[in-house]
Write a protein that binds this ligand. Structure first.
Ligand SMILES: Nc1ncnc2c1ncn2[C@@H]1O[C@H](COP(=O)(O)OP(=O)(O)OP(=O)(O)O)[C@@H](O)[C@H]1O
Length: 225
């Protein structure tokens, strides 16, 4: 049994290697998140939050350093095994909802479960339960275009949690919403995360939201402080 859900050690990442425009974004970033812990990642624009989240979520690989999820070292896995680990272990939420426009809210949450091999009835029941938890069960049969911005994000949260990941990574999850909506949608996200005991790393510019998480970490000159 591992004591960390996510452990990043000595992560280095540069873009445009060897070119005049080379930019060294991460310079030995370390971060450990324990089960059930919700951590705010705060940094100025361009400091490398998205880069760190992509590496933590196995969407990108570091130039140096280790990424462990639930005690398993991921950087040396084949691309295929890393993709499987990502699908099983990690849920992502972005600033924009990225829901599939031609499918209903319910279908958007059901589809990733079907792809993971779950029977349809079970997948739909879980989708309805998640929609209920974030207060949009009455919108289950609406397509994303017929939902408000806050409702779209709530559905995106449900989709991210549909396959019960160990780790949730969120990049400015309420950054597109007006302040009032942002607060309420953030409450819904926290209730969902707390209800499942999930671990989360949530990048935000909003210091009030950050203060409501268990711990705040900051990025400065390519390291996490
Ligand atoms: N694919 C890429 N190629 C070249 N440079 C990149 C690439 N992706 C990011 N960068 C650069 O790396 C730095 C960090 O980018 P990143 O998106 O991780 O920052 P961020 O902290 O998430 O910023 P924001 O808060 O504005 O989203 C920036 O200077 C950016 O221009």
């Amino acid at each position: 049994m591992s004591e960390t859900v996510l452990k990043l050690s000595g992560i280095q990442k540069a873009y445009n290697h060897g070119k005049p425009n080379e930019v060294s974004v991460l310079r030995g970033a370390d971060l450990a998140i324990v089960p059930g812990e919700v951590v705010a990642l705060v940094a100025p624009s361009g400091a490398g939050k998205s880069t760190l989240l992509h590496i933590a979520g196995l969407l990108d690989t570091p130039d140096k350093g280790q990424v462990e999820i639930a005690g398993q070292e991921m950087t040396r896995l084949s691309d295929r095994r890393r993709t499987l680990a990502r699908r099983a272990d990690v849920g992502f939420i972005y600033q924009f909802h990225h829901l599939l426009p031609e499918f209903t809210a319910l279908e958007n949450i059901t589809l990733p479960q079907l792809a993971a091999g779950k029977p349809r009835a079970e997948a739909e029941a879980r989708a309805r339960e998640l929609l209920g938890q974030v207060g949009v069960e009455k919108r289950a049969d609406h397509r994303p275009a017929a939902l408000s911005g806050g409702e779209q994000q709530r559905v995106a949260f449900c989709r991210a949690l549909a396959n019960a990941p160990r780790l949730l990574l969120a990049d400015e999850p309420t950054g597109n919403l007006d302040p009032d909506t942002s607060d309420r949608v953030f409450d819904a996200l926290m209730a969902l995360v707390r209800g499942t005991g999930l671990s989360a790393l949530i990048a935000t510019h909003n210091l009030e939201l950050a203060a409501r998480m268990d711990r705040v970490v900051r990025m400065d000159h390519g390291v996490v402080a």
